[in-house]
Ligand binder design. Structure first.
Ligand SMILES: Nc1nc2c(ncn2[C@@H]2O[C@H](COP(=O)(O)OP(=O)(O)OP(=O)(O)O)[C@@H](O)[C@H]2O)c(=O)[nH]1
Ligand SMILES: [Mg+2]
Length: 629
């Protein structure tokens, strides 16, 4: 038997355990604790939308494969992510075995809602363990659950877990160890579930709870009191607006110092290289191509981290679903459901997870429209482009004593993205026909302080992603841009800088025919093309292009003053407008293709976004010119 076959056989013998439970009960936190993975955990329903596999060994040395699944309220799936869970558990997914055992995770503070799924899954006849998760919170609130009695009522082992504490998974590991190797299984079809009415199930849940739990000392929690303010019809929206505003101010003002430091470092290296290397191709590649390009993207790390700090903190404390409620009416006005809020908010980080999070939307048309407008939300890759142009053209001064003008313009750009997304949604809904407005049904999680450890890990992950991007795709593209911009060299008696005659120069000049009417000269056009692969590259490419266009010793990392000299304000504003709308990201389009199952929607997306970008830039450019910009 070959090694590969042995491996396959061993894998087949390793029992497959599925984590199953309502949304937001802590499945992924438990998955991470058991397997050491770092899947996303956050305090709202619908964080996990895919099936994830990992593995672990118990203290007794038994190995298990573990599945993390999207949360579900019932096996009668209503949304695409719930359908994944149902199909995996029932063994309906092509090419995949049904799990050998199920760990049903429940939120110990909300058994009334959670037990319904447990009873449903029980009817499938798989070996099961019940994990009473979040017992730390339940204990604090004085909720008493008699685990032994519950185990007797349900006829399965019941263990207490705290997924966010180290060691909080021990009892579960013990229970898994005690499971017989070849557990008897009487797999029933899904239809076994349909046979019993919801009322009967609810009745059973109530009976079990009365027998096993006591809420006599339940102190309730702070959540309701906080919500009286946060969900207040007038105070709530004001609070939301103030919060958003604070985020954008912080992105600019807090980042100033660390950005200076990174820039200083890059400049220092550039000067050192400039002084110690002879004039030549290698120096040009290192200083203008790599340092100029990569350095000008790298300085945006602090801003990106500050943005993510806020997004992660908001995700973890439980505020997001509240914001969805506050905005439900507004979104209803353009035919979107409040459920679209979280996918759209995720798109501020990157449109790709946002588009995948749309799986939690039940109505197909709502889901499609949400996917179509997700890329209009300002993703973090646009931030460097915005920040660069703002720094060059918008004076850094106070407005009204407490606001910063640059922060204000950034806020306006984000707002432009949101407003146009709403308008586009309205148009799509008009064309596709509105679906009947459904009331927003969403579980509001309890608030808790963001776990600092998670927050730090989340930021670290983000920094890693950004630095990896800078070190791989951005670096590669920058070298390519430098190469295309440096060859062939200038002919005899050239009147322009050498880059004008290079391959990139020729491409740029060709494109300029189309883009001149919206104010983009050939240098900007050169940057637009590599920007398709990664938006930030546009900034880096501008760095290289202008560094090569400069005569003398001007260093690329001082890109800001160079573009302030070379562009008119009208051009700068036009480029900002372009970046609000243009579909400058091929990976987004390919995810849309996967999620919608065809080329139709990504093509429609690319087309409408290009059209909007051109029109918006044209209008911006002309208006700014006529006002003397
Ligand atoms: N206090 C406490 N918080 C927990 C515990 N387990 C999870 N949490 C928190 O509960 C929230 C939800 O955790 P997740 O692991 O994302 O929940 P999930 O079940 O995977 O959620 P979906 O993927 O949306 O179905 C997060 O804010 C966790 O930090 C626990 O045992 N105690
Ligand atoms: Mg999860």
């Amino acid at each position: 038997m070959g090694a590969v076959e042995r491996k396959i056989q061993a894998r087949a013998r390793t029992p497959l355990v599925a984590l199953l439970g309502n949304p937001n009960c802590g499945k992924t936190a438990l998955f991470n604790r058991l397997t050491g993975a770092r899947q996303k955990v956050a305090n709202y329903a619908g964080v996990t939308v895919e099936r994830k596999e990992g593995s672990f060994s118990s203290p007794a040395g038994r190995s298990f494969r573990l599945l993390d699944l999207p949360g579900a309220y019932s096996l009668a799936a209503h949304t695409p992510d719930e359908a994944i869970t149902r199909d995996v558990v029932a063994g309906l997914r092509a090419g995949e075995q049904a799990p050998d055992a199920v760990v049903c995770v429940v939120n110990a503070t909300n058994l009334r809602l959670n037990l319904r799924l447990v009873l449903e899954v029980q009817r499938l006849g798989l070996p099961m363990v019940l994990a009473l998760n979040m017992v730390d919170v339940a204990k604090k609130r004085g909720i008493v659950i008699d685990a032994d009695k519950l185990a007797a009522e349900l006829g399965m082992p019941v263990v207490e877990t705290v997924a966010v504490q180290s060691g909080g998974e021990k009892s579960l590991l013990r229970a898994l160890d005690q499971m017989p190797d070849e557990a008897p299984r009487t797999s029933n079809a899904l239809s076994a579930i349909d046979a019993i009415s919801v009322e009967d199930t609810q009745h059973e849940v109530r009976r079990i709870l009365d027998a096993c739990t006591s809420h006599a000392n339940d102190t309730g929690n702070l959540t309701e009191k906080i919500d009286q303010v946060v969900l207040h019809p007038i105070v709530g929206p004001i609070l939301l607006a103030a919060l958003m505003f604070l985020v954008f101010q912080a992105v600019f003002s807090w980042a100033a110092l660390p950005m200076e430091m990174i820039k200083g470092g890059v400049d220092g290296v550039g000067q050192w290289l400039g002084a110690y290397m002879g004039d030549g191709m290698l120096r040009s590649l290192l200083v203008e191509g790599i340092l100029g390009g990569v350095g000008s993207v790298l300085v945006f790390l602090p801003q990106i981290l500050i943005l993510f700090f806020f997004i992660l903190a908001l995700e973890d404390c439980g505020y997001l679903p509240r914001a969805a409620f506050l905005l439900d009416r507004l979104m209803g006005g353009v035919g979107l459901s409040g459920r679209a809020f979280i996918p759209l908010l995720s798109s501020f980080a990157c449109a790709i997870p946002g588009i995948m999070a749309a799986r939690t939307i039940q109505n197909r048309r709502d889901r499609l429209v949400t996917i179509m407008i997700a890329p209009l939300m300002t993703c973090s890759a646009r931030l460097p482009v915005y920040a660069l142009i703002i720094a060059a053209f918008i004076p850094n001064r106070d407005v009204g004593g407490f606001m910063n003008l640059q922060g204000l313009v950034l806020f306006a750009l984000y707002f432009a993205g949101i407003a146009s997304a709403m308008a586009v949604a309205w148009v799509f809904k008009r064309i596709m026909g509105s679906s009947a407005q459904q009331p927003l049904m969403m579980e509001l999680p309890s608030y808790h302080w963001p776990h600092l450890h998670n927050l730090a890990l989340g930021l670290w992950e983000r920094a890693k992603i950004f630095l990896t991007r800078v070190g791989t795709i951005i670096l590669t593209l920058m070298v390519l841009v430098w190469f295309l911009s440096s060859f062939p060299g200038a002919p005899e008696g050239a009147t322009h800088p050498a880059i004008y005659y290079s391959i990139a120069g020729m491409i740029g000049r060709g494109m300029a025919v189309i883009f001149e009417p919206i104010g983009f000269g050939w240098q900007i056009c050169i940057a637009l093309v590599p920007g398709m692969a990664a938006r930030e590259v546009a900034v880096g490419a501008l760095g290289t292009v202008y560094a090569l266009s400069q005569s003398g010793e001007a260093l690329a990392s001082s890109l800001t003053p160079i573009i302030a000299q070379s562009w008119t304000l009208a051009t700068a504003l036009s480029l900002l407008a372009w970046y609000v709308f243009a579909p400058q990201c091929l990976s987004t389009l390919s995810v849309v293709k996967r999620e919608t199952g065809g080329m139709r929607w990504p093509l429609i997306m690319a087309f409408y976004m290009f059209a909007l970008a051109y029109i918006a830039s044209f209008i911006t450019y002309r208006v700014a010119l006529s006002m003397g910009g």
